[in-house]
Every structure is written in structure tokens, then in C-alpha cells.
Design a protein. Structure first.
Length: 464
């Protein structure tokens, strides 16, 4: 039998090569189709009886080929759901050919990309309960366009109490402005700074490039501020920048907490120069081996804009963030926001207000804190003494220090393990004068519980 063809699925053909025997030829044809991606992961294959009839061969031949590929990991077979292409059956050569930075964004089988909580931990039942209560109590005007650009008063009132109690923030509802996440808030503040004729802003030398890009698009030049084990080197701030963006409670991504002396230096700089401090409190709810670090805003509410979101504590898909604005800045922020700039839906705002005031938010945060601490401990145990681990006293990510010159090779090894990772160099400001150190930024909050164990195994296999 020189050549035989079978068609199934979306115009997919199997070529049973000559000289290999029917079972060997069929096995290789299926393996190559899965390896190359012509058979996508999750594709349901014909039953052994159907495929045997299509090819004109014995059913046992097909069954044996399927069994061999299941044993190799190319296929999966479960009672009642048939035989499918396994999730890990993806083209290895193609994944290795793309740049490492792109591979980390492609959505490989496993992910430890920082910046996301465990989305499977979203409190669906408790949120639904809060939504029902909020909807039942909502005033009729809540279903309109909304007259107050700051957002629903119920949520601003709830946040005032929560932020004062949990984060040490001085606020009142009139000075809280709701927004659609941190990026939206940063955009508004950048407009305010440009209207004030500010041309330059200091940012931490390690930080998110998307935030730097946002500021650059707004017309602000970003100047890198050194970062070490005590956080940002705020003593190096000069009169040039009109503002500084800081992550004091848990520097992103190095994980350091800004020391009291450096906090005081930042506030002294703002007072002496008239500058503005933007405080990104992105994961302040999660701490493990230390006392809570209060918000920098508490040192000088007139010079610090406090920014927080529900993206890490609940889910980024809510698009829920808030600013606590100094009294002298509120009118400018609202002018930058404009009458047509609305945020998340009024019903979501009312639901979050009910979620906070009922105590459900605190219960959820406590539960997730225990889950993330357990993961952190398992991560530290898995890597052992092969690499140094830092930045783990709080937050949802850890920094794994690597031998000099190995970051790129480890990221490539991770891609071969179907694991998305970020290197510390990806967060290095392009104008920073010190060379980036070789390290990984591991977001241990990202995987769902069901994927945590194999994700940790993939990381362990990728490390030197």
C-alpha cells in the first residue's frame, strides 16, 4: 500500500508513508500532525472503528497506534470523552525560534508571568450575593448616566473607611475619584502634570514598561531613579522632575519595601520642590512575614496621590481603581477626566461597596493571603538552594537570582517547558546607568490551583 489518505476534522489528511508498515505509518502520521500543529490541542479524533473503516485497515491497528501515542503523551483518552490531542502537543521547534520576550507573551501551557492574581479564586458566590443586595437597594438614579464624575458615593464612602483601617490612608469620600484601573488613573494624572507644564517625571529604575510608555505618550520624559534592597533611592531626587512614581509597600518588581528614612526623604523632596508623589499600592493587602506597611500617603496627604485597584485582590477584569487626591489637585483631576469620561458600571461600583461593607472583602483577602503564602513556601522549597530568592515577604511574585549571564538561556529553557516567564531585565529602564542583574520575576499568584503543581515542576526543570 504505497499511499493512503483519510480526511477528518477540518480538511486534515493523514499520509501513511510507504515502507513503514501500517501501524508504524499511522502512528508517525498522527504524531507529526500533532507535533506540527495541524491537529490542534484538544481536537477530538475519530473512534478507532471509524478511522479503521476510512483507512481500510484493521481496527486493532488503529487502537494500538492510539495507545502508543497516549503513552507518549501526544494523545489523551478518557472514558466517555473519546481520544483527543493532548494539551502539551504543540510545535516545540516553532516555540524555540521566536524571541524569548515574545514567547513569554504567547500564552504557553503554563504561566508564571507576574501581575495577575489566581483568577480561579474570584469569589463568585459571595460577589453574586453582594450584587443581589446592591441591586435591590440601588436608587433609581443609579441606572442613569451618573452626575458625579468621581463615581458612586456608596463606593467612595466604603473605600474611605477601608483604606483608613487597612492601609493607613487619610481620605474622605469627596477626594476619592474612581477610575478604570491604574492605567486610567495614571493617564489622568499625566494630563494634569502636562497642564502644569511639567516635562519630566522620575520613575523607579525597575518597573513596568507599559507605565513608562503611557507617561511618554502623554508628553512626559521619564528619569530612572535607582533601586536597591531598601527600595527606591529617594535621596537622589532632584528639583528637575515635577513628580515621582513609587511603589513603596512592595517595589515592583524587586519586592523591596521603602524604608522609613527613604519615605521621609521622598516627602521632604515633595515639600521642598512642590513636586507630587504618585503612590502605586498595587498589592498592599498581601503580606506574610512582616507587619503591614502603611501607605506613604499617610505622611503627607497634601503631597501624595494614593492609587489602588481591585485588580490583585479580586480580578483585573473588574476594571476598578481609585485615587485619593490631595485637596488642591481635585479640580484639575476632574478637568482632565472631563464630563464624558466614565469608569466601571454603577452596578459594579455598588456591588463592590456592598462587598466591602458586608465584610466579604476582608474575608476574601484573608483567604487568598493564606493561599498565596502556601504557594510562596512551596516555590521556595521547590527551587531549594539552586538560586537566591528575594522579595517574598509580601505580594504575589518573587525574584529568583540567577548566575551572571544565564537569564536568557533560562527563559529559553522555560519556553521549552511550555512555561511563560519574565526576566528581571525586561523591567529595566532603558536609561538606567547600572546594568540589570540576571534574575526571574516569578508570579506565583498567576496559575489556577489545578495547574500549580505542574507549573512548579516546569519551573524547576528550567532552572540551572
Amino acid at each position: 500500500m504505497k499511499e493512503s489518505w483519510a480526511t477528518f476534522g477540518a480538511d486534515l489528511h493523514l499520509d501513511l508513508s510507504a515502507g513503514r508498515g501500517l501501524r508504524a505509518g499511522l502512528t508517525e502520521a498522527l504524531r507529526e500532525a500533532a507535533r506540527s500543529g495541524r491537529l490542534a490541542a484538544g481536537t477530538l479524533l475519530p473512534s478507532s472503528r471509524s478511522l479503521a473503516a476510512d483507512l481500510g485497515i484493521a481496527r486493532n491497528t488503529v487502537a494500538e497506534a492510539y495507545a502508543e501515542l497516549v503513552a507518549e503523551g501526544w494523545l489523551t483518552a478518557r472514558q466517555g470523552s473519546g481520544t483527543r490531542v493532548a494539551e502539551r502537543a504543540r510545535p516545540r521547534r516553532a516555540a524555540a525560534a521566536v524571541p524569548v520576550r515574545r514567547a513569554a507573551r504567547r500564552g504557553l501551557t503554563y504561566s508564571l508571568i507576574p501581575g495577575s492574581p489566581d483568577l480561579s479564586g474570584f469569589p463568585r458566590a459571595a460577589w453574586l450575593t453582594a450584587a443581589r443586595r446592591a441591586l435591590a437597594a440601588a436608587p433609581n438614579e443609579a441606572f442613569g448616566y451618573g452626575a458625579d464624575g468621581r463615581g458612586r458615593p456608596e463606593l467612595r464612602e466604603a473605600l474611605t473607611g477601608y483604606l483608613a483601617r487597612a492601609r493607613g490612608v487619610y481620605a474622605d469620600p469627596d477626594r476619592i475619584v474612581l477610575c478604570a484601573g491604574f492605567g486610567h488613573a495614571l493617564t489622568l494624572l499625566a494630563r494634569v502634570l502636562r497642564a502644569r507644564r511639567v516635562r519630566e517625571m522620575a520613575v523607579e529604575a525597575y518597573g513596568l514598561d507599559i507605565h513608562r510608555d503611557l507617561l511618554t505618550r502623554a508628553g512626559l520624559r521619564t528619569r530612572p531613579l535607582g533601586v536597591d534592597g531598601d527600595g527606591a533611592r529617594t535621596g537622589e531626587l532632584t528639583a528637575g522632575p515635577g513628580a515621582v512614581l513609587l511603589t513603596p509597600a512592595h517595589q515592583f518588581p524587586t519586592g523591596a519595601a521603602l524604608t522609613p528614612a527613604r519615605r521621609a526623604a521622598a516627602v521632604d523632596w515633595a515639600r521642598s520642590t512642590g513636586g507630587l508623589i504618585l503612590e502605586d499600592d498595587y498589592d498592599g493587602e498581601f503580606r506574610y512575614d512582616r507587619q503591614p506597611v502603611g501607605a506613604l500617603q499617610g505622611l503627607d496627604p497634601d503631597r501624595v496621590v494614593y492609587l489602588g485597584t481591585a485588580s490583585k485582590s479580586l480580578a483585573p477584569g473588574l476594571r476598578m481603581g481609585w485615587m485619593v487626591v490631595p485637596p488642591g489637585l481635585l479640580d484639575e483631576v476632574m478637568a482632565a477626566k472631563g464630563p464624558g469620561d466614565r469608569t466601571s458600571s454603577a452596578l459594579d461600583q455598588l456591588t463592590l461597596a456592598e462587598f466591602i461593607t458586608s465584610g466579604a472583602y476582608d474575608r476574601h483577602v484573608r483567604g487568598m493571603r493564606l493561599r498565596y503564602r502556601r504557594r510562596r513556601d512551596e516555590l521556595v522549597a521547590a527551587v531549594g538552594d539552586r538560586v537566591g530568592v528575594s522579595g517574598i515577604a509580601a505580594g504575589l511574585h518573587a525574584v529568583l537570582d540567577l548566575p551572571a549571564g544565564t537569564e536568557r538561556s533560562v527563559l529559553q529553557s522555560a519556553a521549552w517547558q511550555d512555561l511563560s516567564l519574565e526576566g528581571l531585565s525586561a523591567f529595566h529602564h532603558p536609561e538606567a546607568t547600572f546594568p540589570p542583574r540576571d534574575a526571574l520575576v516569578v508570579g506565583y499568584g498567576t496559575p489556577p490551583d489545578s495547574a500549580w503543581t505542574p507549573t512548579l515542576a516546569a519551573l524547576s526543570a528550567a532552572l540551572p
